[in-house]
Design a protein around this ligand. Structure first.
Ligand code: SAH
Length: 348
């Protein structure tokens, strides 16, 4: 993946996780060590899962002593909840005591990790649990990469896919998200096409992302076929009309050659009627895209309802008749409150 590194190799300040071989090599040299130690450090951090520099046995005892306190940037598992379908929700404690949520989702040969990009979320979408708790801070690149390594170690299985669909709005933390994408691809070894970033849409940021020419998948939380309804569900949409959002998405397709995936939550009686499906189809006509319907997962604070399966199927049928590529995402991990929109960094 041709992500131009945002951090120059000589600018690295610990935590070390998220750094490229070049950054780590420059760093060990600054510490008076030979260049080949950079590759070793990289291997121990990303492939051996070392948590303290003091444990890297190929380094001299003296140097290990000197750097023992320099943080690699790994979290600790604060809580772990296993759902009957095998999905595991983790609450991870960060260096400053903040807690974030990560979900490991096994299916067939795949292992998908749903990562958070912020502690909390400032977007306050009406139907989403995360926004109800407010916003604390952005995650650093090391804190995003750490989530993937933690799930990989706990499952003892290689992570094949990563979706940026946990707590937070990735495009409000673009630099760290881009850095973590680079690291997950080049350091951890996950294919670019298996990395998905989901956004509610922040003005100019989709275009910015496109300019990096990544082969990642972009998912956009559309949730409504028109501006009026979208504003009701997503407060931030007031400052960013749906037409402008879709124009940026079209540019994304033109620049990257990748189709965009539109997420559409189904709320009974709100946005799930056949006329909504038809309006959505008209809006997306001729657009290289895919619609991913997400039947609403219940959260405490609001009394939306999930439509029944007939209603869901009727919505799907209208889109199909209009030649719109569509799939339904039945969220995993519902019983552990680990499904889409249920994440709030608490035990239940
Ligand atoms: N902030 C980003 C990343 C979150 S992704 C975004 O909005 O895209 C999580 C997905 O789950 C989003 O599409 C979100 O709108 C959706 N979601 C939120 N609450 C939900 C709920 N209660 N039921 C189903 N999906 C929900």
């Amino acid at each position: 993946m041709s992500v131009t590194p945002l951090i120059s190799p000589v600018d690295l300040t610990p935590p070390l996780l998220g750094a490229s071989v070049a950054e780590l090599t420059a760093w060990v040299q600054q510490q008076g060590q030979p260049a080949y130690r950079g590759k070793q450090l990289h291997d121990w951090i990303y492939h051996k899962g070392v948590r303290s520099l003091a444990d890297i046995s190929v380094f001299s005892k003296q140097w290990r002593g000197e750097v023992a306190q320099i943080p690699i940037g790994r979290s600790t598992i604060h809580h772990r909840a296993v759902a009957p379908d095998g999905t595991i929700k983790y609450l991870l404690q960060l260096a400053d005591g903040q807690i974030v949520e990560t979900v490991g989702i096994p299916s067939d040969k795949r292992l998908t990790v749903c990562v958070s990009t912020q502690v909390g979320c400032p977007m306050a979408c009406d139907f989403c649990a995360t926004g109800k708790g407010g916003f604390k801070r952005n995650l650093g690149r090391h804190e995003i990469v750490d989530q993937v390594l933690t799930v990989q170690e706990d499952f003892q299985q290689r992570v094949s896919h990563v979706v940026f669909m946990g707590l937070g709005e990735p495009l409000l933390n673009t630099e760290n998200v881009l850095e973590s994408l680079r690291s997950l691809n080049q350091d951890v070894g996950i294919g670019a096409r298996s990395l998905t970033v989901s956004t509610v849409g922040i003005r100019d940021r989709i275009r910015q992302l496109a300019e990096h020419q990544l082969q990642i998948t972009l998912a956009v939380s559309l949730h409504a076929p028109n501006q009026k309804l979208r504003e009701q569900l997503i407060p931030s949409a007031r400052n960013y009309p749906i037409e402008d959002l879709l124009t940026e998405c079209r540019e994304y397709v033109e620049i990257t050659g990748r189709r965009v995936s539109f997420e559409y939550i189904l709320l009974a009686g709100v946005n799930d009627l056949p006329e909504h499906a038809l309006e959505l189809a008209k809006r997306l006509r001729g657009f290289q895209s895919h619609v991913n319907l997400i039947p609403y997962n219940p959260i405490q604070e609001v009394d939306y309802k999930r439509p029944n399966s007939d209603r869901i199927q009727a919505f799907v049928n209208v889109l199909k008749q209009q030649f719109i590529a569509v799939s339904v995402r039945y969220s995993r991990g519902l019983e552990a409150d680990a499904a889409c929109g249920q994440l709030r960094a608490s035990k239940n």
